[in-house]
Each structure stands twice: as structure tokens, then as C-alpha cells.
Design a protein around this ligand. Sequence first.
Ligand SMILES: Cc1cc2nc3c(=O)[nH]c(=O)nc-3n(C[C@H](O)[C@H](O)[C@H](O)COP(=O)(O)O)c2cc1C
Length: 324
Amino acid sequence: MTFPDTSFQIGTIAISPPLVMAPLHEITDQPFRRMIREVGGVGLTVSEMISSEALIRHAFKAERMMASEGERPYAMQLSGSDPDHLAEAARMAEAAGADIVDLNMGCPASNVTKGGAGSALLRDIRLAEACVSAIVKAVRVPVSVKMRAGWDASQKERSEYLDFLKMFENAGIQALAIHPRTRAQQYTGHADWSLIEKAVEAGMAYPIIGNGDVQTAEDAHRMVRETGCHGVMIGRAALTNPWIFRQVIEPGFEVTEAQRIDLCARFFRLLMDMLDEREAVHKIKKIGGWFTKGIRNGAHFRQRLNQIHDASELIRELELLKQL
Ligand SMILES: Cc1cc2nc3c(=O)[nH]c(=O)nc-3n(C[C@H](O)[C@H](O)[C@H](O)COP(=O)(O)O)c2cc1C
């Protein structure tokens, strides 16, 4: 069997199809993940990054951590740099029903890295090891890590990420997602897929999930061909094209304009079911318009979207868009 008919395992959990919706802060919350699951083709969804500190202070609402309906398997992603706090947060994640606990070692945002979390953990392999080991010891569910290529170009050139791969294996992680940009690159330049290939060649006991710059279904196929990775994680492309996962597994799958408008309406209903109206309107203004990219009158709709204040206005705009 060849990709995408294969699956891979994270511990005892089969990821099938071998496609992962990337964690996106303030985007991959429960309504978004439910919408992506309804569209289909995804083998694993991941929460947005949840600060372990916020979680254990109960500053993050526990019910928001849960898997949404039909969402299994589901990984919860934690950020932090204090091993004890991460262990406590991981226990909370497991108790809330996470199938997998993931540790963020990639976030480049300075408000995260200044506390030593996210990609800053790539500068301190001892601390990173203590964090990963603490989580692995704290929970029974499998633990995964999502990392970048390193802090900066010089660290990448020294291939220090390979030391991390070995350390992760010894610490007992069960999967690794790698976004091969350095922290210094943020989102500029290109994801260097040769690092994904090297990670696969390193022959670790856990699967490697490739990530970065998959913009089309064909890119996902190419990533597997070029790197041999076991799974593909897609982030930004799924925002304008939530059907990308379906297109990977069903070549030729096309999306109509009506489906794009209907998805926007369906997503809004999910937002209204799970959030209060103010939050739902805020989210649809931020995210909903992306699904209408490329359709006739889509640009006009997105302009109107910026001006709406409540649910009834949004529903009216969607009706108008359908009639045009
Ligand atoms: C708006 C935004 C939010 C993100 N939030 C997270 C996050 O919470 N946790 C994480 O590990 N990565 C996060 N990332 C990184 C993505 O998961 C992914 O690694 C990156 O976008 C590269 O994949 P892509 O080219 O398919 O988008 C975020 C990226 C973006 C653009």
C-alpha cells in the first residue's frame, strides 16, 4: 500500500488517513476541528496550543479542551517550560479525554519563547528532555512533540535537531511532527524538506510527520515521495481550502461555489452552538471569509463580513451571496 492509503501508529492509535490538521493558535478550537472533521479526510486533529501555566491556574476553561463530537483521535497540544507544571497539565489533558498529548517546541512568538517555551526549548536540550520526560511519565496516553528545525541557521547547520530526535526516542515519545524552518525564519523563506528526509533516515522508533508549505494535495504526495515521512501535517492551506485532506485521498475531488458558501454557513452554526454570539461573530469574521476565497462575489462578501455586528446580519449576507 502506498500513501495515502497507508496509516501510521502513534503508540496504539492508528492515524488513518495519515493526514494531520496542524495546530493553529486561536483557530483550531472545537468548532473549527469539528468542521474539519465533517469535511473529512483527516486522520488526526490537534488543539490549538494551550499554555500549561494557564491550564493549571484554571485560566483556560477545561470544557474547551475536550474533543468535539466525532473527533477521534484527538491530540491536545501543551506549551510550557516547567517540567512539573507540564506534567500536571498533561494529566489534566488526559483526564479531559485527550488521546495524545503533544508538546510545542516550535512556537516562535516572543511572548512564548521569553518564558523558555515553544521553540526556545530547542536552545536547551537538557530542559527539553526534562519537559518531555515529565510528560511521558505523567500520562498513559502517547506523547508527541512538534518541533522546528532549530533556533537559528547556525544551530540548523550543526544538525542539532538530530540530537533532539535521539533524546526524544530515549524519553519515550511516540511521534514527532517537524516543521523545518528555524525560529529565526518565523514564516519566511521555505520549509526545508530535506530535514524531514534526514529525520526519517535517522531511523527513530517513532513515526515522523512532515509539515510546512503543503499548499495543494499534490504537495502532500510530493512530500511523502521526497522525504519518506509517515504522515503529512497541513496548516495554512486548510484555512482557504478545508477540503485539501479529501483531495489528497480522493484525487480529482472538486469543490463547488455552493459547497464553499454552505461550509461558511455550517461553520457559523457550529460557532453559535459552541460559543456565545459575540465570540461566534468575531470568529466568523476572522475565519469564515477564507472559505469563500476564489468564488464569484467572494471579495465583496468578505468586505461585508467586516461590517457585520450580529448573527442575523451574517445569515442575511450568506443568503445574499447564495442568490448572486
Ligand atoms: C496562525 C498560526 C497559528 C499557529 N499556531 C500554532 C500552534 O498553536 N501550535 C503549533 O505547534 N504550531 C502553530 N503554528 C504552526 C503550524 O502548526 C505549522 O507548523 C506551520 O503553519 C507550517 O505549516 P503550513 O505551511 O502547512 O501552514 C501556527 C501557524 C499559524 C500560521
